[in-house]
Design a protein around this ligand. Structure first.
Ligand SMILES: [Zn+2]
Length: 532
């Protein structure tokens, strides 16, 4: 992003704006491309369009080589930058080839503002030349630890690959000893290789602490996954991050969604904010346990979406962000005692639900504002997926998730590919659910409209004013006590009727019926209590 083309709708520190990426030389095969010839090249927003001298047919290839420069911002931007004079995280730092898909053709959406990811799957072979004393943490497999680290540290690094207990590879005392690297003066070359992955990012520092741990992800092959945290001494909460990273990846691999973590490693780099890249994430310091657990597990869920499953986040952020919110709910709840992520997202959604910024999720990101983006990308779809899980039941929901992931790993699914896979696995058309949650201007508003008593039972009439298929929780009250509680999943709205009835038996006497729960959104709860 350059100063001239800073397309954004949220605040960025002026110092974060550099001249961006500078192309020095572009070659197609062995021929130089004249970047000043407007007939050949054209810069539109953040895209450089190069007209080829001859057409490129399907199933053929061209060889491009590019020399470029990229100046690292001297402060932190929202996703990368410098955190002090010798620590930085670097992303969006090299020229990427736009995706060509069979729906939109070339992806010409600008890399700006909220539009984070849409990449094809590539192989990366990256060598960093850094001053001695600097460590690099990056996407991919580190190729030359033995050339860089002194034996004591190499042993710790290798031990971490075998250990379920967190190993402190670089401690505060080690930094003072200054005996970590083989090269004492000059520079050292640190090499990484990553295959079949959609992006590459890295963090660098000469004074970060470094912890790592691993777990066995596949019993048959004995394959282990290595999880690391690289962090500032002023982020004490990070001492637990390598452990939370390992526990998160175990949860994703063995429980939800129950797909083995596909990469060899994952590193959490302590920069700022929270931003995912393949095999490495850039996370700020969170001062509470809930915050640390939440951020670590959220950013790591992105390893599956949009990296393993190559969704187009630039158009449909709900396909990755919504799942990255919803899938770790259970993990967050049980790891950070007292933390209620579901209630948090219900509250966040209610703040905008039903107002003019609550737009149908299918409206592509580039044409909505940041105010709508949080609702559309995160809060509303997370609840849509979570209520669907309850509606279908865990067994069916995760079977559908796993089927979708097996089909679309390494590809570019559309929202309809997700919907159709679920319909197929569920053996029924779930259009009654997809349409209001993803396509319509529906919002959460249920109301108790009428109660009829007969013998020992009551019939409660509920009207769906906002049109969203939501779960229903009813509590029957007598003398200030709950005498009966009934829970129904969103399936209760499958018929598409605006009004439904719930029958509750065994009620001789009652004072009132209360509809709703803190974990179910409702923009108007005034009409949720019905007194006898
Ligand atoms: Zn996210």
């Amino acid at each position: 992003m350059s100063k001239a083309t800073a397309l954004r709708d949220f605040y960025l520190n002026e110092k974060a704006l550099t001249d961006g990426m500078k192309l020095l030389k572009v070659k197609i095969f062995e021929n130089d491309v004249d970047l000043n010839d407007k007939k050949i090249t054209n810069v539109i927003g953040t895209n450089l369009i190069i007209n080829l001298s001859s057409k490129l047919s399907p199933n053929s290839s061209i060889k491009l080589s590019i020399d470029w420069e990229f100046k690292i911002p001297e402060v932190s931007t929202i996703r990368f930058g410098s955190y002090d004079s010798t620590s930085m995280f670097v992303a969006y730092w090299y020229p990427q080839i736009a995706v060509y898909d069979d729906v939109d053709g070339w992806d010409r959406i600008d890399y700006a503002g909220t539009l984070e990811m849409y990449n094809d799957f590539n192989d990366y072979d990256v060598e960093f030349t850094v001053p001695s004393g600097f460590q690099v943490w990056a996407t991919g497999d580190w190729q030359n630890a033995d050339e860089i680290l002194n034996q004591k540290y190499l042993d710790r690094y290798n031990l971490a690959w075998q250990s379920e207990k967190v190993i402190n590879i670089i401690t505060k005392d080690d930094l003072a000893l200054n005996d970590i690297y083989k090269t004492k003066i000059g520079s050292q070359s640190i090499k990484f290789i990553a295959n079949n992955i959609p992006d590459f990012a890295f963090g660098i520092s000469d004074h970060y602490l470094w912890d790592a741990v691993s777990f066995e992800v596949d019993k048959t092959s004995g394959r282990r996954v290595y999880c690391a945290a690289a962090y500032r001494q002023t982020s004490p909460e990070f001492v637990d991050v390598a452990f939370y990273a390992k526990e998160s990846l175990k949860y994703f691999s063995f429980e939800i969604p129950g797909v083995p973590y596909p990469y060899p490693s994952a590193t959490v780099f302590n920069g700022a904010g929270g931003m995912e890249f393949p095999m490495i994430v850039n996370n700020g310091r969170e001062v509470t346990k809930a915050g640390t657990v939440h951020l670590t597990s959220h950013e790591l869920t992105h390893q599956y979406f949009p990296f393993y499953i190559g969704t187009n986040e630039r158009k449909y952020p709900f396909m990755d962000e919504g799942l990255a919110v919803m899938l770790p709910f259970d993990f967050q709840e049980r790891t950070a005692e007292g933390y209620k992520p579901r209630e948090r997202y219900v509250k966040a959604y209610e703040d905008f639900a039903g107002n003019e910024y609550d737009l149908p999720l299918m409206i592509p990101s580039p044409i909505i504002s940041y105010r709508s983006y949080r609702t559309s990308g995160y809060n509303k779809p997370a609840l849509a997926y979570d209520f669907l899980r309850k509606t279908l039941g865990d067994k069916l929901f995760f079977k559908a998730m796993q089927t979708y992931m097996a089909r679309w790993n390494g590809k570019h699914p559309l929202p309809t590919d997700f919907f159709f896979t679920f319909n197929e696995v569920a053996g029924k058309d779930l259009g009654w659910y997809w349409k209001p949650w993803f396509y319509n201007f529906s919002y959460p508003d249920l109301s108790v409209t009428k109660i009829k008593s007969k013998n020992n039972s009551i019939k409660i009439q509920i009207k769906n004013i906002g049109g969203l298929p939501l779960p229903v929780k009813l509590q029957v009250m007598l003398d200030g006590e709950i005498i009966k509680e009934v829970n129904k999943t969103a399936e209760i709205w499958e018929s598409g009727k605006e009004t439904i009835e719930v029958n509750i038996d065994g009620i001789k006497k009652y004072d009132a019926v209360i509809l709703g729960d803190k974990a179910i959104p409702d923009v108007n709860s005034v009409d949720n209590i019905h007194f006898k």
